[in-house]
Each structure stands twice: as structure tokens, then as C-alpha cells.
Ligand binder design. Structure first.
Ligand SMILES: *Cc1c(COP(=O)(O)O)cnc(C)c1O
Length: 380
């Protein structure tokens, strides 16, 4: 039988992230289809996923990388080497030259920044974009992910846009979505065009940011493609998308071992992982990660609160239920752990960082990274 995560989990070091190459490829095939049918360019937003060992694979399907500053710009340049777009809320003077050297598109968040760095970018023969804020919220519940929330620092609103200061500006950038479907994109584009349609007429390209959950089974791809074609036909624009999540959605696991079983009002399992350290979005977003072969609380006969080794009282992943009682030494496999996990993890409480293993599409595994005490010590 072909190796999969269930029969491999016993042989892996724990805790460890496992990148599922076959799942990654199936996402990339979907994204490549959008590119081929529309001519839009799709970039990997490295903020969500920067495991560069897989960049050569990703490069076979996508157009390049999107970056949030110098380090991501350098990584995309070194490891992907294709089209590279950068957006930062503000650029440091001592970094801008190097950033320009790595990126073809430099996107500014204000006219101050544009005026400060315009000549440098143009002299280097690179393209300039401005991030706009269409002031159209389509997200409910988590304001932390909504760049259109009141007093947002992200993007220039129409009122603050200087129509007479666009020398050298060839594109606009917009990022307002998070894990959303294309109906929200469509509504946002209507609002954006109402405000910025006259500016778009003068532009050559638009970058629609990320937050497009394109590889989710219920995502409406034809509607996305309609939106792209509308921008191409009506305004003659080159269209870019820079999804992060969609590229490695459901393409990774976090394997952990049960270290102890205790009891306080209900059964508790202590794992050798940590929500705070290894899957911070579980606490920050917050969300409940999927766990293979487990159910909701009380859905199966044996429910446990799954908690971590750390001293943080709230470092718990949630209550899950199982067909059989858990035993010390059991391996558990959390799903959807490729995105916003490795890029956000930390060594709080002296927790070790999980190893990173690639589960190749031929069933073999390759350990990409292992970490130890020196990774904890070196940062302090
Ligand atoms: C976060 C972000 C992305 C990627 O968003 P996903 O939700 O991971 O698709 C793309 N562009 C910008 C500017 C971002 O801030």
C-alpha cells in the first residue's frame, strides 16, 4: 500500500509538520487552470507559506512570489526567481535599494512613500503600484483580518488619493479578503470601480491581493474568471492574484504524540505540541484545526481536551472525540497545517520547533529541517 500520513505517523519525529506534496500539486493544478483560462498571473504570497524547498515545484505552476518586505523579497528572489511583487505599509530607507533590486513591482501604501522613493524605482526600471482601500468590508467576525475596517492603515482611500500625483504609477493593488469566495470579490470590485474607475482607466495592471480561497471545494471559479475577464476587457488591465492560503490549503499536517493523560472535570490529553507555539492561529484567529479520525466533542464515545506542554493556561487546542480511549504514546495528526504555521511558529516557553518533513507524491519522505536548543538560544 502507498504510504500516507496515517501509516507514516509512527515513524516520524514529533512534533513535526508534514507537507503533503500530492495535495500541494492538486492545489497548484487548480490555480494553473485559472491562469491558463484567463491569462491572469498568480503569485505565491509568502506570508502564508515560505517553505522554500518546495518553491521549484511551485514555480512550475505559478508566476512568482508576493512579499511583505526585505526578507520575503530576498527569499522569493533567491529561491523562486520569477516575478516578485512587494507591498509594505512603509519601507525603511536602508532597505529600499535592496528591495528594489529583488522585485519587479514595488507597491506603496501612501503618496508620502511614493514621492520619497519614486525616482529610485523608476531609475531601476521597475514598476510602481499604489495600494488602494475601497472601503468595502465583506468580512464579518474578525476585524483583525479586515483592511477595510475603520481607521485601517492599509491602502489609500479615495478621499486621500491624489489624482494629480500619479507620475510613474502604472498599477493599483487591493487586498481586502480573507478565506472568501468570489461573490465577495465581485461585490468588492463593484465598489472599487465606483470609487476608482477613473484611475483604473489610466493604469496598466491591477493586483487583487490574496484571501481568494480558490482551492476550497465550494469556491466558485467561473465567477472569479468572470471578474478577471471584466477587468481585462473593460480596462485593458494585466491582472495579478497573490493568494497565500489557497496554494497550500489542506496540504500539510502537524504530527504530535500524547505524553500524558489526566483528568479534571473531563479527560485531558497533554501533547508534545503547542497551539501558542506551533499553530498560533488556533488562538489568534481563532479556529479549530481538523484532527484526523476525530470528531466534535461527544460525537464519538471518548472525548478529551487536547492541551499542550507549556505553562500557558489557555494553550489548549480544543475538545475532540475518538472511537477508542487514547493511550500515552499515541500519535495524533492535525490537518491543514501547511499555512500560517511554519511561518508564525515560535519557541515561547522553550518549546522546540517542529521538524519539517516532505511527504513526496511517490510516498517517500524527506526531512527538510530539524531544530534544537540552538534555535531557541540564538534568538535571545
Ligand atoms: C495576507 C496577504 C496575502 C495572502 O492572503 P491569503 O489570505 O493567505 O490568501 C496577499 N497579499 C497581501 C497584501 C496580504 O497582506
Amino acid at each position: 500500500m502507498m504510504n500516507n500520513i496515517d501509516n507514516l505517523k509512527k515513524c516520524l519525529p514529533t512534533p513535526c509538520y508534514v507537507i503533503d506534496e500530492a495535495a500541494l500539486i492538486s492545489n497548484l493544478e487548480i490555480l494553473k487552470g485559472v491562469r491558463e483560462r484567463t491569462g491572469a498571473k498568480i503569485l505565491l504570497a509568502q506570508k502564508a507559506y515560505s517553505c522554500y524547498s518546495t518553491y521549484p515545484l511551485i514555480a512550475q505552476y505559478l508566476d512568482g512570489t508576493a512579499c511583505s518586505g526585505l526578507f520575503e523579497a530576498k527569499l522569493g528572489f533567491e529561491e523562486m526567481g520569477k516575478e516578485n511583487h512587494v507591498f509594505s505599509a512603509a519601507y525603511r530607507e536602508n532597505e529600499i535599494d535592496e528591495i528594489i533590486s529583488y522585485c519587479g513591482h514595488i507597491i506603496f501604501n501612501s503618496f508620502n512613500q511614493l514621492d520619497k522613493y519614486r525616482e529610485k524605482v523608476l531609475k531601476a526600471g521597475k514598476k510602481i503600484g499604489l495600494r488602494i482601500n475601497p472601503e468595502f468590508s465583506t468580512q464579518e467576525g474578525h476585524e483583525i483580518y479586515d483592511p477595510c475596517s475603520p481607521a485601517s492603515r492599509l491602502g489609500i482611500t479615495r478621499r486621500n488619493f491624489r489624482d494629480d500625483d500619479l507620475d510613474g504609477v502604472t498599477g493599483l493593488h487591493m487586498h481586502t479578503l480573507c478565506e472568501q469566495n468570489s461573490d465577495d470579490l465581485e461585490a468588492t470590485l463593484d465598489a472599487m470601480i465606483e470609487k476608482f474607475g477613473d484611475i483604473l482607466e489610466k493604469m496598466e495592471w491591477i493586483n487583487l491581493g490574496g484571501g481568494h480561497h480558490i482551492t476550497r471545494p465550494d469556491y466558485d471559479i467561473p465567477r472569479l474568471e468572470k471578474c478577471i475577464k471584466m477587468l481585462q476587457d473593460r480596462f485593458g488591465l494585466e491582472v495579478f492574484l497573490e493568494p497565500g492560503e489557497a496554494i497550500a490549503l489542506n496540504a500539510g499536517y502537524l504530527v504530535t504524540e500524547v505524553l500524558d493523560l489526566t483528568e479534571n472535570d473531563m479527560p485531558i490529553a497533554i501533547l508534545d505540541t503547542s497551539a501558542a507555539c506551533h499553530m498560533p492561529d488556533v488562538l489568534e484567529m481563532p479556529y479549530r484545526p481538523p484532527l484526523r479520525h476525530a470528531g466534535e466533542k461527544d460525537e464519538k464515545p471518548y472525548s478529551y481536551r487536547l492541551g499542550s506542554q507549556t505553562c500557558l493556561a489557555g494553550d489548549s487546542i480544543g475538545i475532540y472525540s475518538f472511537d477508542k480511549p487514547l493511550s500515552i504514546g499515541d500519535r495524533l495528526v492535525f490537518g491543514d497545517m501547511a499555512i500560517y504555521s511554519m511561518v508564525k511558529n515560535n519557541t515561547f516557553n522553550g518549546m522546540p520547533l517542529p521538524a519539517i518533513v516532505l511527504l513526496k507524491s511517490d510516498g517517500n519522505t524527506e526531512t527538510l529541517k530539524e531544530f534544537g536548543y540552538s534555535d531557541f538560544k540564538a534568538r535571545l
